[in-house]
Design a protein around this ligand. Structure first.
Ligand code: GLA
Length: 379
C-alpha cells in the first residue's frame, strides 16, 4: 500500500493533514468451509491485502469518508442514522452496532482505499467493517477488543446490510496474527494462533469468476444444514460425529440434507486434523486435507463452479503443489494452494498458463503472506 499517496489524498481532499492511519486485512480460509454457521471449526489467515483509512477526528458527530477506489464521498450523522443502499452502509452499520452496544462515538473525516478484490471470496466487506471499527476505536478512545469487534461487525452485516454470514471473516480480519493462521471454534469463539509451516507458500488463485446469485444459494445451504441438525436432534451439525452420521443418516434423512451434512461433519474433522498436522509441520498431510475438502465441497456441498474445479486441477497437476481447494463461500472467486516455497514463482506461472488454456479466462495468481489483524499503522 502506498501510504504517502493515501496521506496526500487526505490532504488534498480535506485541506488538512490526517492524524491516524488504520488498516484491516482480507482473509483466505485455509480449511473449514461453511462450518462457521454450523458452530464448527475454521482455519483462516489474514492476507497482505487490506482496507486502509487515513483519518482525522472531528469535533462533531459527522462521519465523512472519501473512497479513493470509487472516487466518491459519502457522509452520515451519528445522531440520525438512516438506511440507504450504498457502500457507506458498511461503515454506517458499524457505527450503529457500536452505539447500540453502548460506545460513545466521535465523528471523523477519512479517505479509504484497499486492495482486497471485491466479490472474490477474500472478505473485502469484513475488511471494510473492521477497518471502520478500528477507526472508531482510535477517534473515540476505546480499547480494541478483537472478538467483541468481530461479533459486532458480523451483527452489522447480518442485520443492517442484510447478509447472513457466519463469524469467520470478521474474526480473521480482527484477530489474526502475522505469520499465523487462526484456528477458531465458532461456538465458543476460542482461538489458537497456529504458525504456518516453514518452506511453504500460500498461493491465491483467483478464477476471475464472481459469485452470481450467491445469497440465495448461501442461505439455502444454511437452511439445509439446519434441517439436518433438527433431524439429528442437535443444536448444530457441530454436535454430530462422523460415526454417528454414518450410523444414523441412512434411517430416513433426505438425500440432499444428508450430503450437506456429510460435508460439514467431515470438514470439521479435517479442520481439527489440519491444526494438528500444521503444528507438527506435516505439509504433505495438510495438502491431502485440502484436496479432500475441495472434493467434499464439489460433490456433497455443491458450492464450486466449473472455473474453481478447473483451477484446482491445474494447481494439483504441478509437482510442487501439496494441495489446493476452493476458498470462501464458493460459486466463483478464489482457490488456495499449498506450494513448495522454492517453486512458488514457477507454480504461479505454470498455473496461470494452464488455466488460460483450459478456461479461456485470465487468472490472478499470487503468493500471499499471513498478516496481522486490524491494527493502527505506525510509521
Ligand atoms: C462466507 C461467509 C463466511 C463463511 C464462508 C464459507 O465467506 O461470510 O461466514 O460461511 O462464506 O465458509
Amino acid at each position: 500500500m502506498n501510504i504517502q499517496h493515501l496521506k496526500q489524498s487526505f490532504a488534498s481532499y480535506f485541506n488538512s493533514e490526517s492524524e491516524i492511519i488504520v488498516r484491516a486485512p482480507g482473509r483466505v480460509n485455509l480449511i473449514g468451509e461453511h462450518t462457521d454457521y454450523n458452530d464448527g471449526f475454521v482455519l483462516p489467515m489474514a492476507i497482505d491485502r487490506a482496507v486502509w483509512l487515513a483519518l482525522r477526528p472531528r469535533d462533531d458527530k459527522t462521519v465523512r469518508i472519501f473512497s479513493l477506489d470509487l472516487e466518491t464521498d459519502s457522509a452520515f450523522e451519528l445522531n440520525s442514522l438512516a438506511k440507504g443502499n450504498d457502500w457507506i452502509e458498511y461503515p454506517k452499520s458499524i457505527a450503529y452496532e457500536l452505539m447500540k452496544a453502548g460506545y460513545e462515538l466521535c465523528g471523523f473525516d477519512a479517505v479509504m482505499t484497499g486492495d482486497v478484490p471485491r466479490g472474490a471470496g477474500l472478505s473485502s466487506s469484513a475488511a471494510v467493517e473492521l477497518a471502520v471499527a478500528r477507526a472508531f476505536a482510535e477517534v473515540s478512545g476505546f480499547a480494541w477488543d478483537a472478538p467483541k469487534m468481530a461479533k459486532l461487525s458480523q451483527k452489522a452485516e447480518n442485520e443492517w446490510v442484510g447478509v447472513n454470514c457466519g463469524i469467520m471473516d470478521q474474526m480473521a480480519s480482527a484477530a489474526c496474527k502475522e505469520g499465523h493462521a487462526l484456528f477458531l471454534d465458532c461456538r465458543s469463539l476460542e482461538i489458537q494462533h497456529a504458525p504456518l509451516p516453514k518452506s511453504v507458500s500460500i498461493v491465491i488463485l483467483d478464477t476471475s469468476t464472481r459469485r452470481g446469485l450467491v445469497d440465495s444459494a448461501y442461505n439455502e445451504r444454511r437452511s439445509q444444514c439446519e434441517e439436518a441438525a433438527r433431524w439429528f436432534g442437535v443444536k448444530a451439525l457441530r454436535d454430530v460425529s462422523v460415526e454417528e452420521f454414518n450410523k444414523r443418516s441412512k434411517d430416513g434423512l433426505n438425500e440432499l440434507a444428508a450430503k450437506r451434512a456429510r460435508h460439514i461433519v467431515t470438514e470439521n474433522t479435517r479442520v481439527l486434523e489440519a491444526l494438528e498436522v500444521m503444528k507438527a509441520g506435516n505439509v504433505k498431510r495438510l495438502g491431502e486435507l485440502f484436496i479432500a475438502s475441495h472434493n467434499s465441497l464439489r460433490d456433497d456441498f455443491e458450492v464450486t463452479n466449473e472455473a474453481l474445479n478447473v483451477m484446482v486441477d491445474c494447481a494439483l497437476e504441478q509437482k510442487s503443489c501439496y494441495g489446493a481447494r476452493m476458498t470462501g463461500a464458493g460459486f466463483g472467486g478464489c482457490a488456495v494452494a499449498l506450494v513448495k516455497e522454492e517453486n512458488a514463482t514457477e507454480f504461479v506461472n505454470a498455473v496461470s498458463v494452464a488455466y488460460r488454456q483450459r478456461s479461456n479466462m485470465e487468472a490472478a495468481v499470487y503468493v500471499c503472506k499471513a498478516s496481522e489483524g486490524a491494527s493502527l499503522f505506525c510509521e
